[in-house]
Design a protein around this ligand. Structure first.
Ligand code: 2BA
Length: 108
């Protein structure tokens, strides 16, 4: 079994969620914030059988769009304490996906 952690743009999260649950995958959605732009995004936790991982990734990829974000927030100043050196535009997404091995999963 794998745990898929997928960070998705908030604007895509509803459709990603519907597509996954529509194929009977069980998902947990967390409200998260990107550390660079300091803008809300959605992190999905999906426990899936090894053989389902490719399908889950396919669905996430299909519904996660790439966007351009301009003017990184002043919260990004933590990197250098000034806007100097920060890109004026960054490409965000589609999705960032991690796949982790699961030692065990139990439900009580
Ligand atoms: P943020 O951290 O807000 O990053 C938004 C976008 O800004 C990133 O898009 C990337 O294009 C750019 N960016 C991030 N850190 C940067 C830096 N130090 N210098 C210059 N540009 C930077 P994505 O790579 O598509 O990431 C979208 C969101 O996914 C991120 O939001 C973060 O919440 C998450 N993420 C991406 N890679 C991650 C990783 N390796 N570990 C944990 N979270 C990650």
């Amino acid at each position: 079994m794998k745990l898929i952690i997928a960070i998705v743009n908030n604007d895509d999260s509803a459709v990603v969620s519907s597509a996954l649950t529509g194929e009977n995958f069980i998902v947990t959605k967390l409200s998260t914030t990107g550390g660079f732009l300091m803008v809300g995004n959605t992190t999905f936790l999906i426990g899936a059988e090894d053989g389902d991982v490719a399908r889950v990734k396919e669905i996430i990829k299909k519904y996660s769009q790439t966007r351009t974000a301009s003017n990184p927030s002043t919260a990004s100043f933590g990197r250098s304490l000034s806007k100097d050196g920060l890109p004026s535009e960054v490409k965000v997404g589609g999705a960032t996906v991690f796949v982790l091995d699961v030692n065990s999963m139990e439900k009580y």
